[in-house]
Write a protein that binds this ligand. Structure first.
Ligand code: ZN
Ligand code: ZN
Ligand code: FE
Length: 701
């Protein structure tokens, strides 16, 4: 895929690079408990036998407990604990494994577990771990304080407990992650390839999306999903829980209220999670910075040695480890977009990317976002001179940037940031074609974009291709109810004949709703045009009767992809058209909708096959439009970015398709392709804008 051997694949290589010398200058990410510490935890003769906070120079909490740099104990939340003489001796002995291990602790001097009931009343027990295991086996729900925040835990083999957790968390559909003690245990519930094993066992300990073994764990863990998110323990406490054969797998989902960030303080946990849990396992080691679990996936492709790595979320274990660039970006802070936000700090030729922060519509998350931007600058002892943000005037991150008057602001178009993010992590420069497919981003013309073909570089871009616009009926409400997008697609396609359309998904709707939506679409009332590819996926999913209403972001697309069962074979694409409109290639989806409606009328319509054909159409469309652009502009360097490329069928086949045409396609492997990767691109665009200040930022239209 690449010409030069690039330093990709950081995820597998950090292991050794976090050495002592390095830790002086770089804020070290959190690490899982190491094998030496685990040996001691299991040794009844050791003074740290079954001690939940064991760590050493090679392992333990770091970024999540650091107040300031240079990193030492007094600059971390461990300053609350004074080391006892034996611990102090280890800490001072150059020969010792705990020489300058900042969070060094033991049962005498260090943090302790605290067990309480849901009201916060302490429960007396001589062994918190055994108590927890016993209650979990009975089906109880626990909030457990981990490295970067609270997890909600239940016994994964207990269907009733999993359902009860869903009910109390009001989370009916979104998959839960599972924690198991090792890869052998993981292999009982899911298929684990060599590369997946390496990733699972890496010190970052991300959640890895594995292909489920059917009918092993309860379906309620990840309903209608061929994947199971699995992680191995990262803290000593998690090992203590899972090494007990009584508990083969735990559901471990982030401890938060829906829409809120993960809870990381004892008092907030007691306040916010009491309605959800039966017990709390707290501890008195404070977390300075909340860090969610990372979520990643490895795809092994036919005929390729190198697997393809994707981050859905790059957070614990990776943040704030930098991306290295072949050029300098000066001193820039980038505030990301609005959903799945991250903050990035550019410092010379490195970009430090924060942990996943979340949805800034929420007040607490927004506070955490601003804190993170300041905290990271402090840790890096950097005074930035530029702040980069999105173009969307209503984003809180944009307003925060604009409302300050100390430093220069560069607003970066959303899809330009996506494109440049992918260029940056691949070390690319020069004119590039960007295929940027996502849910929504504010365009330079003030409309909502999301199915874009751009031509440009970090200095600017032109919009050279796009999806034919469709209408969001009722604006944001259409994002939550994909059936509204489906109606809009039908009105676009059939015009006046729309009332004759008879497919099960629409037939099943209350007549009144159907009429209202149809009118809204036909008369363009409260209907916002968008070129979003994410919405096309939503609309098609609803049209096929897969998902007409969502509970979590991208659910309709995820459930449509799920029908492919992670099998990458392509099928015959549907017809579509490519026209030239306003000097821009426009992909017309109407033939796809027309053919789908014809096929869906058949009582034995094969929905998984239709899903495969639709997905194959999107791949084909990428190939066709790119071929025209390559021919027109003489550029064959193509980057793919945006949340739609979380879809592994589209990603893998688009790479393959573009390669087979002789082009040079690139995708994300170091940062998320979704909006979690936006801040990286913003840094690079802002840096380029500074060096070419005379040029207009966007030449796009
Ligand atoms: Zn250790
Ligand atoms: Zn001690
Ligand atoms: Fe986006």
């Amino acid at each position: 895929m690449r010409d030069e051997p690039a330093p990709r694949y950081e995820g597998f290589e950090i292991r050794k690079s976090v050495d002592l010398a390095y830790m002086d200058t770089i804020v070290p990410p959190d690490s899982n408990v190491c094998a030496d510490c685990l040996r001691e935890v299991r040794d009844p003769g050791n003074r740290r036998y079954r001690y939940a906070f064991i760590n050493c120079t090679n392992c333990g909490p770091r970024y999540s407990i650091i107040h300031g740099m240079p990193y030492d104990r007094s600059q971390s939340t461990m300053r609350a604990f004074t080391m006892c003489p034996p611990c102090d001796h280890e800490y001072c002995d150059v020969e010792d494994r705990r020489y300058h291990a900042q969070p060094n602790a033991c049962p005498t001097c260090g943090p302790r577990l605290q067990l309480t009931d849901r009201d916060g009343t302490p429960i007396e027990t001589d062994d918190v771990v055994r108590f927890t295991i016993a209650r979990l086996r009975d089906g109880a729900i626990f909030a457990i304080k981990s490295l970067g925040g609270f997890h909600l835990a239940v016994d994964a083999s207990n269907d009733a407990a999993v359902r009860e957790l869903r009910r109390r968390k009001r989370r009916d559909a979104k998959p839960f992650a599972v924690m198991v003690v090792d890869c052998e245990a993981a292999a009982r519930w899911a298929f684990v390839s060599h590369h997946e094993r390496v990733l699972l066992e890496s010190i970052q300990r991300p959640i890895v999306l594995l292909r489920k073994r059917p009918e092993t764990l309860p379906e309620s863990i990840a309903p209608r999903n061929p994947n199971l998110g699995v992680m191995l323990p990262s803290t000593p406490l998690q090992y203590l829980l899972l090494e007990d054969p009584a508990l083969p797998a735990l559901v471990m989902t982030s401890g938060n209220l829906s829409g809120h960030p993960i809870v990381y303080e004892n008092h907030t946990a007691l306040e916010q999670l009491r309605e959800i849990v039966d017990y709390f396992v707290l501890n008195d080691r404070d977390i300075r910075t909340r860090v969610d679990d990372s979520v990643a996936r490895v795809i092994v492709r036919e005929g390729k040695d190198e697997p393809l790595m994707s981050f859905m979320r790059r957070s614990r274990g990776y943040a704030p480890y930098p991306i290295h660039l072949p050029y300098s970006v000066g001193s820039v802070v980038a505030l990301g977009a609005e959903l799945k936000t991250t903050v990035s700090i550019g410092k010379a030729n490195q970009v430090f990317i924060s942990q996943h922060i979340g949805d800034l519509k929420n007040d607490t998350t927004f506070k955490s976002h601003i804190d993170c931007a300041k905290h990271l600058q402090n840790l890096l002892s950097l005074r930035v001179d530029t702040v980069a943000c999105d173009l969307h005037p209503a984003f809180r991150s944009t307003r925060a940037a604009i409302e300050q008057s100390e430093i220069r602001v560069v607003q970066v178009q959303h899809h330009h940031a996506h494109m440049v993010s992918c260029m940056a992590e691949n070390g690319l420069s020069g004119k590039t074609i960007g295929v940027v497919f996502d849910g929504a981003g504010y365009g330079t013309d003030g409309t909502i974009w999301g199915g874009e073909f751009l031509l440009g570089d970090s200095e600017g871009f032109e919009r050279v291709g796009r999806l034919r616009p469709m209408l969001l009926l009722g604006g944001d409400q259409a994002v939550k109810e994909p059936i509204r997008v489906a109606i809009s697609l039908l009105v676009e396609t059939f015009g006046d004949r729309v009332a004759e359309v008879d497919v099960p998904a629409v037939r099943g709707m209350p007549g009144e709703r159907r009429e209202v939506f149809t009118k809204m679409a036909a008369r363009k009332i409260n209907a916002i045009p968008t070129t979003s590819m994410g919405r096309l996926f939503d609309g098609v999913s609803a049209l096929m009767g897969i998902c007409s209403q969502i509970e979590y972001e991208a659910q309709a697309a995820i459930e449509m992809e799920a029908l492919l069962q992670r099998d990458f074979r392509t099928a015959e694409p549907f017809e579509y058209a490519i026209d030239m409109r306003d000097g821009c290639l426009e992909v017309d989806y109407r033939p796809i909708v027309g053919e789908l409606v014809r096929l869906l009328r058949s009582p034995d319509a094969d929905i998984p096959e239709l899903s495969r054909r639709y997905h194959s159409t999107v791949v084909d469309m990428i190939g066709e439009v790119c071929a025209r652009l390559v021919k027109q502009f003489g550029i064959d360097q193509i980057v793919m970015s945006g949340g739609v490329f979380c879809n592994e069928f589209v990603l893998v086949n688009a790479l393959k398709c573009l390669q087979s045409r002789g082009f040079k396609p690139y995708c994300h492997q170091l940062v998320p392709t979704n909006d979690g990767g936006i801040s990286l691109g913003q840094v690079v665009v802002a840096a380029a804008a500074r060096s070419t200040a005379a040029r207009p930022m966007d030449r796009g239209a």
